[in-house]
Design a protein around this ligand. Structure first.
Ligand SMILES: [Zn+2]
Length: 392
């Protein structure tokens, strides 16, 4: 083992990892877990018993016998317990219930007016989660949905101080600055509520879905705003306060440097976010009202919109090149509504290769986040599941 391997290796066989191996089908028995983790059968048994008593694992009869006693099979319970998840965006929220393995059971998209303020928006979304739990086939498997909800994960489209669950100086969320999302929700539901920013939820959801085997990854969320989430040594890296990965106000080369909502100018968000593209096109006299309109213009091959998308891709690539040189990830994935914008992606990729050390890009995967519209709620559910496991 090298020193670099140490952080991940120390986690090997932890309760979260045991649960994940069972949830993904990599392990169906204690013997499998022992083989995968390298832990002794008695240590594995101890951890499995703890997970069973928390209701996070169950034993489902007998597996295949290789002579002697037939081994009992392990599974993540599919009934009687669910996790609630909210992925809040500027205009829409994805709300869902997921089972304890992180699979979506029910999900729906609701229109949201973020400017209505946190009490109104979060109040309505918590009511929606309660309604979903009430009608959830997995939650009601035991005959009643009472006590089935194990926690709620919430993603906010702005900076969140992770330890407190407080929103700090968000760009386009009037009335939300300093709002304690965790405390507000804790006053309304009696289950753990975990709050994080939307880019971290996307990173966690995409990593667990597509690349759980990779230790180092960067996920860019490019929609109305722009941000990123970082997976380091297999875990979400939040930094000291929770702002790690927030690339929105990194300065890029732009002439003229457009003013940013933060008071500076030339920030990545002011050049390359969906909101910036809308503003820039309007400034050129193009009557476009939102990001959907911009994407439509790009898809139609509009010259002005395409040029702006290329410029945005270069700006993202410049910042990402610094990140890749510094952090040396195995994969960089782009998600959010701008991820399907081909001219943006092409110029981002070209800039990245141009500006990065060959050693950093030699085996680097550059791809789209493939997990679709449920990636945020999947990440939210994993936040809660990890919390429940850690608290047990
Ligand atoms: Zn800024």
């Amino acid at each position: 083992m090298t020193i670099d391997d140490a952080p991940r290796d120390a986690l090997r066989g932890g309760p979260r990892e045991l649960l994940r191996w069972v949830a993904t089908g990599a392990a169906v028995s204690r013997a499998d877990l022992s083989r995968l983790s390298g832990l002794s059968p008695s240590t594995v048994s101890q951890r499995v018993e703890a997970l069973i008593s928390q209701g996070l694992l169950e034993e489902t009869g007998a597996g295949r016998s290789r002579g002697g006693r037939r081994p009992r099979q392990l599974a993540v319970p599919t009934g009687g317990a669910v996790v609630g998840a909210i992925d809040l965006g500027a205009h829409h929220a994805r709300v869902g219930t997921l089972d304890l393995s992180g699979r979506v059971v029910q999900a729906r998209t609701l229109p949201v007016r973020i400017e209505d303020g946190p009490e109104a928006v979060l109040g309505a979304l918590l009511t929606e989660v309660a309604a979903l739990v009430h009608h959830d086939p997995a939650a009601s498997a035991g005959g009643s949905t009472a006590g089935a909800l194990r926690g709620i994960g919430i993603g906010i489209p702005g900076p969140v101080q992770h330890a407190t669950g407080r929103v700090v100086s968000p760009s386009r969320m009037p009335g939300w600055n300093g709002f304690d999302v965790a405390a507000f929700c804790a006053g309304r539901v009696d289950v753990p509520v975990i709050v994080d920013n939307d880019a971290n939820l996307m990173a966690l959801g995409a990593h667990r879905t597509a690349h759980p085997e990779l230790d180092h990854a960067v996920y860019i969320k490019a929609g109305t705003g722009i941000g990123s989430g970082v997976i380091s040594s297999g875990r979400l890296h939040r930094g000291a306060q929770g702002s790690a990965g927030d690339i929105s106000h990194c300065r890029v080369v732009a002439d003229p440097a457009p003013p940013c909502t933060c008071g500076n100018s030339g920030c990545l968000e002011a050049v390359a976010s969906g909101a910036a593209l809308v503003t820039a096109l309007r400034g050129q006299g193009v009557p476009v009202s939102d990001l959907t309109g911009v994407i439509r213009l790009i898809d139609d091959g509009d010259r002005q919109a395409t040029a702006l998308a290329r410029q945005a891709g270069r700006a993202v690539g410049e910042i990402l090149a610094v990140v890749v040189n510094f952090f040396n990830p195995q994969v960089v994935a782009i998600g959010g509504r701008l991820a399907d914008c081909e001219p943006l992606l092409a110029s981002m990729r070209a800039t990245l290769y141009e500006r990065c050390l060959p050693l950093a890009t030699q085996t680097l995967l550059i791809e789209r986040v493939a997990a679709g519209q449920d990636v945020g709620i999947t990440g939210a559910a994993h936040l809660v599941i990890d919390h429940v496991v850690a608290a047990g």
